[in-house]
Design a protein. Structure first.
Length: 124
């Protein structure tokens, strides 16, 4: 079960990496780099954080046990999916602050839950 759970993160990470790379190419082609902060957030939180979440849960299977890691997975996805368009809107001159703030708060909650699962799952 733990391996399958970690694989969810790895799959999400690859999806976000591909989206981020395509976005980067589109910015380069259009020569409009106004949304690069959102692009960077997508790659760091989507590709890097999701891959690290998966790696930790794979390496520390006890941390992946129970309902909290499952809630953390969904909060991390929702936070990212809400925050990235908000950041993109803000940096392209539109009113995206509410989305960016809401997504950031959900993302922070997801990280706090991750911290909880790691502490709980790595007690010796």
């Amino acid at each position: 079960m733990t391996e399958a759970f970690a694989n969810r993160y790895f799959r999400a990470a690859v999806l976000y990496a591909l989206i981020g790379m395509i976005w980067g190419i589109a910015m380069g082609v259009s020569r409009d780099h106004s949304t690069y902060p959102a692009h960077a957030h997508l790659l760091l939180l989507g590709w890097v954080s999701m891959a690290l979440y998966g790696a930790v849960y794979r390496l520390c299977p006890k941390a992946a046990e129970g309902a909290v890691p499952r809630a953390q997975f969904w909060l991390a996805q929702v936070g990212l999916i809400v925050m990235i368009p908000g950041v993109a809107l803000v940096h392209s001159g539109h009113a995206g602050e509410p989305l960016a703030i809401a997504g950031a708060l959900v993302t922070i909650l997801a990280m706090a839950l991750f911290g909880f699962t790691v502490w709980r799952g790595t007690v010796t």
